[in-house]
Write a protein that binds this ligand. Structure first.
Ligand code: DGJ
Length: 743
């Protein structure tokens, strides 16, 4: 049993393999949070001594007793306008205008399996081992119940949380805030790590001490955004990659989100996370209920890298429902950076032919194949073929690609519409616009109102028709603008605050229908690169294009930042041309491949422009990737280097769970004239075992670039480490492959 109720102590304890989480039904039925941390037995409620705090309200029922207030003890899910002046998790408004939430324990239930959420992605129970705790809190004065849901995944070391709010009154209830999670950490000195960025520079880790007051990370773009990824870590001030307490919180949500972290008057931390509440409201009629998105929680005592590994496994094994999550992915070649909009059938088939000769499995036709799209000013919504470029339609093109022995993939951007499109001319009201105001354009396009069932249905039917009609093996699903002008003719005035969330629900509905009906299709998410790189998308799509910046040296930073929360197998990464189209930087071809192998591997260049020598190298790269692919997909990931962000190199390692093979990759980002020896220690090996080591140096000039082989003990590699021969030149790279020698 991973969930234990102790009736005497009135505690509910959730145990994962290495962590314990506890709450207690406290005075007056308030649900207190007593502990979350390293696995430990017993009743932790004694940690929280009652205290009379100046200017803190005491519940009326305590009469003259002033020694207890809601303002400082750790709460499981905070209300509002009811004695706790810290961050609120739930705020509702009754018809009378009375607002807030004063939540008291009503009942709980422990049941096997994972819980599901209405219209929202939630983790599955692939091994049949998950357990669910449901604790219902009530505020009879406002007429609401909040059912706190906890999914406990003991082996995977993760707890999921969500909340279901029900209107139990006789009038309407307006939710003004309904967070997925509230987590109080009463003791500790914390740093907040979050992942900020911008287009072509996503998920840059930023770490800073938690200060008194509130810090927040969020998006109001109705997309999780390039700017603030929905994932935060709260870690001990001294925590590092391989040591120290850390908590990770990842909303399973792709829309407008908000995570707030408060350090209160006592120095305690509170995290509240969920749908961004500023422009949100949701009206519930009597008996109606609202489900919040899910959030994933993980605690590790042994540092940031172990925390990342738990999220990686959880996403791969419990969250992502695509069959591709755990199977070999095709090596693809995408024509975007090869041609942009400028192609015709002959050109595409010539590229596909070269792709086949290089050893790729899948050819992807990117933007520009539909309507009259020859640039990004028109045709979104017109998902029929651009006959000017592809006379005769998609059929002969797909046949041509398939005849080469390749799979075929297609780009779409189904949530958008161009003003210059047949769709817009037929349904101008389907685009988001505020009445009386011209809508804001972004990349010359408008966003469709996915809150409207007829619009979401139209998208589903249009894509389903494409997938039924043509032999399409892969879809790249793009999304190239933030949403603004939020107003929908389909919602009454008092429900306009529901629009952003309803758009996200509409998207999930379409994705759910399509992925369920076409499980053989590999879907890759994309949003101008990694603008919607989140656990909600990953529940449906096993991979997401990581960034529009394909410069490998930039990608090192973006992919390393992404690795804090997300597995390598879900980061689309391509080898592109040099000089790079985004930065103009020149890099060696093999270094580009080493970096792209830390992701869903593919190519995005014109093979016709390559020399024969480069083509041979690419064949070797693809062969190498195929050898390593199962390891890279399923293995445990390690950020290598003692510092969080090493200055002169980037290194990462993937080791099989059985510790019988491992691959370390290294890129020298800053060659020095007189460098100190580059010495690294491996991770994830069996200290008692012996390993054969094969070092391959790529593009490291001349004599020192010799392959090296040897036999080493696991202990020597783990504790003494390995010194690399001097690497010389522009961005050389290396890979070290270790294979355990059978006893
Ligand atoms: C943005 C994507 O991130 C690119 O890879 C490419 O598909 C373009 N959109 C096409 O318009």
């Amino acid at each position: 049993m991973s969930i234990v109720y102790d009736a005497a102590a009135r505690t509910l304890t959730l145990n994962t393999r290495d962590s314990s989480y506890q709450m207690q039904i406290g005075p007056l039925g308030y649900l207190l949070h007593t502990y979350y941390g390293r696995r430990a037995e017993g009743d932790m409620s004694g940690l929280h001594l009652p205290k009379d705090v100046g200017f803190s309200p005491n519940p009326h029922a305590l009469g003259a007793e002033r020694g207890w207030s809601l303002d400082t003890p750790p709460q499981e899910y905070s209300g509002a306008n009811a004695g706790d002046h810290r961050l609120h998790a739930l705020k509702a408004e009754a018809e009378s205008g009375a607002w807030g939430a004063d939540l008291h324990y009503l009942r709980h239930e422990i049941r096997p399996g994972a819980y599901t959420l209405e219209g929202l992605p939630a983790a599955l129970d692939p091994e049949g081992c998950a357990e669910t705790l449901s604790v219902t809190l009530a505020d009879p004065a406002l007429g609401l119940e909040a059912e706190l849901l906890y999914g406990v995944y003991e082996r995977l070391d993760v707890i999921t949380r969500a909340v279901r709010v029900t209107n139990t009154g006789s009038g309407t209830l307006r939710l003004r805030k309904a967070a997925s999670v509230c987590l109080d950490l009463p003791f500790g000195d914390w740093d907040l790590i979050h992942f900020h960025g911008r287009h072509a520079m996503e998920r840059q880790p930023e770490r800073a001490p938690l200060l008194h007051g509130v810090q927040s990370v969020g998006s109001e773009r109705v997309a999780s955004s390039h700017q603030h990824n929905p994932f935060v870590i709260l870690c001990d001030r001294h925590a590092a990659q391989y040591g120290g307490d850390c908590y990770g919180l990842m909303p399973v949500y792709s829309g407008s989100h908000l995570t707030q972290v408060e350090r209160d008057q006592m120095g305690a931390a509170r995290i509240v996370s969920g749908i961004r509440d500023e422009d949100f409201s949701w009206t519930l009629g009597p008996g109606e209920r609202f489900d919040t998105p899910q959030a994933l929680l993980c605690f590790r005592h042994d540092g940031l890298n172990a925390l990342s590994q738990r999220f990686h496994r959880f996403i791969r094994e419990a969250l992502c429902r695509s069959r591709f999550s755990r199977t070999r992915r095709p090596v693809l070649l995408n024509n975007w950076e090869a041609t942009y909009f400028n192609f015709d059938r002959e050109k595409i088939l010539a590229i596909a032919k070269e792709a086949k000769e290089l050893g790729a499995d899948l050819f992807v036709l990117d933007d520009g194949w539909f309507g009259k799209r020859n640039d990004d000013h028109s045709s979104l919504g017109d998902w029929f073929v651009n006959e000017q470029k592809l006379p005769g339609g998609l059929e002969p093109l797909i046949r041509g690609v398939k005849d080469l022995g390749l799979q075929f993939g297609l780009w779409v951007e189904p949530e958008m519409v161009s003003e210059d499109s047949e769709l817009y001319r037929a349904h101008p009201d389907w685009a988001l616009k505020v009445p009386g105001r011209e809508p804001f354009l972004s990349r010359s396009q408008l966003a469709l109102d996915l809150s409207r069932p007829e619009v979401a249905d139209w998208i589903y039917h249009t894509l389903a028709e494409l997938l039924r009609r043509y032999e399409i093996d892969y879809i790249k699903w793009d999304f190239n603008r933030s949403l603004t002008d939020l107003w929908s003719p389909a919602l009454p005035a008092e429900r306009q605050g529901e629009l952003a969330h309803r758009c996200t629900l509409g998207l999930y509905r379409v994705m759910e229908r399509l992925t369920a009906e076409f499980p053989q299709v590999l879907f890759e998410g994309c949003a101008g690169g990694g603008g919607r790189f989140d656990a909600g998308m990953l529940a449906f799509f096993p991979q997401i294009w990581c960034s529009d910046d394909t410069d490998p040296i930039e990608r090192l930073v973006i992919q390393r930042g992404s690795s804090y929360g997300y597995p390598l197998s879900c980061m689309g990464a391509h080898v592109s041309a040099s000089p790079n189209h985004q930065t103009g930087r020149r890099t060696p071809l093999d270094t580009r491949a080493v970096v792209a192998m830390a992701g869903g591997f593919g190519y995005e260049l014109d093979p016709g422009k390559l020399s024969e020598e480069e083509k041979d190298r690419i064949r070797a790269q693809i062969a190498r990737f195929r050898r390593y692919e199962p390891l890279l997909r399923e293995g445990d990931y390690y950020r290598i280097g003692e510092e969080e962000d090493p200055a002169d190199f980037a290194a990462w390692q993937v080791a099989s769970r059985e510790r019988d093979e491992s691959l370390l990759s290294l890129v020298l980002t800053h060659p020095r004239a007189n460098p100190a020896p580059l010495h690294l220690r491996f991770r994830g090996l069996d200290p008692e075992a012996r390993y054969t080591l094969r070092l391959e140096l790529f593009d490291a000039c001349a004599a020192e670039g010799m392959p090296r082989e040897g036999v080493y003990s696991g202990g020597a590699l783990l504790y003494a480490g390995f010194t690399f021969p001097r690497m010389f030149g522009d961005y050389p790279s290396a890979q070290v492959y270790l294979k355990k020698i059978a006893d």
